[in-house]
Design a protein around this ligand. Sequence first.
Ligand code: GRF
Length: 220
Amino acid sequence: MPLTPAKVAVLASGRGSNLAALLDARERGKLPVEFVLVGSDKAEAAALQLAKAANIPTIALDPRSYPDRRTFDLDLFARVAASGAQWLVLAGFMRVIDGEALRPWAGRIINIHPSLLPKYRGLHTHRRALAAGDAEHGASVHFVTAELDGGPVIAQARLTIEPGDDEQLLAQRLLPLEHHLLPAVLAVLANGRLQWRCGAVHYDGRPLSGPLILRDHGLE
Ligand code: GRF
């Protein structure tokens, strides 16, 4: 365990329940990190209020006040770097990010996505899993690349689709699993057990042949 806690920034566009789960894990001593910044592309994002209540510095930048997406991303990511963050977590940050902005963060930025990637990149994942008649659904945490929801998958939480599930119920049943998955992945990333190098995700020094699986709130 490093002596000084890893510095982490979080970007979120919405209600921030995954951010809340990270803050809660830290409070309970399960996540030895320091949150140095919470940023958003939406000034009204509830995630910013959560961060303020936890005394974490916040920034909200409006993409509409930039000439293009790339300029916005470069400015946002420069501010994240200036916060001293070593790791960056996208927790419901609803934007595709420019490759140049991402480059310095390769292997240090993760995202949580509500599907069993590589299935259902993008939006409406619960609806698409139901429409396909899938037996299972889930959430994935992956390293972020310029390809939307396309970076190497680190870990997944799985759940069985039940006959009574609709889009809303499925999302509601999945969310608590997301809230365990994201802190669990950030913990192993921040304490050096997880790395993305030589084109593969390594866990405890060994390349992963498939995603880690969340079981009983731990990663296996
Ligand atoms: C989550 O479902 C996450 O998987 C997806 O966006 C949603 C964010 O929810 N990327 P919240 O803002 O963390 O509550």
